[in-house]
Design a protein around this ligand. Structure first.
Ligand code: GDP
Length: 444
């Protein structure tokens, strides 16, 4: 799921890599690409519009930061906005003050409601609850039996109408189930309702009747993530017809574009609470917007990276550094501080591995040696403050002293000075762009 979206966004981010600063035209082009990527993934138009508008506005306001380059900042913004449309914080079930808590499942037929009842049962048991599943789908001939099968696989009791009573009244069944739960100390009741292949009034009325009879604490709208744009219409119809307090996405293991599912929280204003990722009872978990966003962005641990970077680099220091760069006052002392900040982030290999798209660059990453950074740090540390400020005064004897002090050869000292000289030249041209990658070089 979301593979196409992931790879499109990755292409967008790649094209930003290595940029010193983003012009308005760059931002517009990026926003356009993101828009196409979202539309191709079936994300609903109103969601795309507000998403892209937010990205544009925030990208224009990007401040010069030493911690993150423009590409990383755009990724950070896209990530945050994505988390936003997916509902923000992780939401959990509201439990009733006086048990039993009642959870009503609503949605079209075939979306995975019955399977979900079993999954919820297993999950609730793990949370220390004692759940009861209720077969209030009396429409589909085999539905009651199917829930009983699911229940026995899940090891959860199922409340069903007496055999022969199968064409009974689902409202009565649901009501009886609550009474049964009270008597037998089940503290959470999950009510499976009937679905149709399409939205229909009778089904809505039945679900609403059950709702009125059992006053659920949560109504979960179950949505098959594989359906396309229609998902948004179905969700809106259920919101009007029955109302719901949360969404469960099912079949997230499929390979469809899935963008409609991404739109549903934003469009309905209801959080996605759970996600189903397969037919087995274990393929189920609480939905975490931030994890889903970083999965879509295909960036493994980019969040961790960004957080670490923000912690390691002091913003004020970064701004001061940027001013210095712009004014060509960047010295070896500043370079040293940058290197130390990079080192605080941990091994360089790990660091790069966390960046999006870096998965394919494993070989190159493996060749980057933390000792290169440490060597640079050692060389600069062997210099006097005067030398760090003005490397121009470094004559042969001083270089020899530094080489001895840092345990390297004079050639290595010269290489560092050459790279620093080049980087400074480049910085002058970029006037303010973060020049770190260029400065690292790959020289030995
Ligand atoms: P209901 O009609 O809404 O009760 O849907 P069911 O629970 O009967 O599910 C319909 C079909 O979808 C069944 O074959 C399930 O095994 C399958 N299914 C349910 N959830 C998932 C899921 O997360 N992933 C996949 N791949 N299949 C699922």
């Amino acid at each position: 799921m979301f593979d196409t979206l992931s790879s499109r966004l990755d292409t967008v981010f790649k094209s930003l890599r290595g940029r010193g600063r983003l012009s308005d035209a760059d931002i517009d082009a990026t926003a356009r690409e993101i828009r196409i990527a979202l539309l191709e993934a079936d994300v609903a138009l109103p969601v795309v519009r507000s998403f892209v508008a937010a990205i544009k506005e925030r990208a224009r306001g990007i401040a010069v930061s030493q911690a993150l380059n423009p590409a990383q900042q755009v990724i950070k913004i896209v990530n945050e906005e994505l988390i936003g449309i997916l509902g923000g914080d992780t939401k959990t079930l509201r439990l009733a003050k006086t048990p039993p808590t009642v959870i009503l499942l609503a949605g079209l037929q075939g979306t995975g409601k019955t399977t979900l009842a079993g999954k919820l049962g297993v999950w609730l048991k793990k949370q220390g609850h004692s759940p009861l599943l209720v077969a209030a789908d009396l429409q589909r001939p085999n539905a009651v039996n199917q829930l009983q099968v699911v229940g026995s696989r899940a090891g959860v009791e199922v409340f069903a109408p007496e055999p022969g009573n199968g064409v009974g009244d689902p409202v009565a069944v649901a009501r009886d189930a609550i009474a049964h739960a009270r008597r037998h100390v089940f503290d959470v009741v999950v009510v499976d309702t009937a679905g149709r292949l399409g939205v229909d009034e009778e089904m809505m009325r039945q679900a609403a009747d059950i709702r009125d009879a059992v006053s659920p604490d949560e109504i979960l709208f179950v949505l098959d993530a594989m359906v396309g744009q229609d998902a948004v219409n179905t969700a809106t119809a259920f919101l009007d017809g029955v109302g719901f307090s949360g969404v469960v996405l099912t079949k997230l293991d499929g390979d469809a574009r899935g963008g409609a599912a991404l739109s549903v929280a934003h469009i309905t204003g209801r959080p996605i609470m759970f996600a189903s990722t397969g037919e087995a009872l274990a393929d189920f978990d609480v939905f975490h917007p931030e994890r889903m966003a970083s999965r879509i962005l295909g960036m493994g641990d980019v969040l961790t990276l960004i957080e670490q970077a923000e912690q390691a680099f002091d913003q004020e220091e970064a701004e001061q550094m940027a001013r210095k760069m712009a004014a060509s006052e960047f010295t070896l002392e500043d370079f040293l501080n940058q290197m130390l900040a990079v080192r605080r982030l941990g091994p360089i290999g790990n660091l790069l591995g966390m960046l999006p798209g870096m998965g394919q660059m494993k070989d190159q990453i493996a060749q980057i040696d933390d000792r290169d950074v440490d060597r640079v740090v050692a060389i600069i540390r062997s210099m006097t403050p005067g030398e760090r400020h003005d490397p121009g005064i470094l004559q042969k004897s001083r270089k020899e002293r530094i080489a001895r002090g840092s345990g390297v050869t004079v050639t290595e000292v010269n290489q560092l000075l050459d790279r620093f000289g080049e980087a400074r030249k480049m910085m002058r041209q970029l006037a303010g762009g973060a020049g770190l990658p260029g400065m690292m070089g790959r020289g030995k």
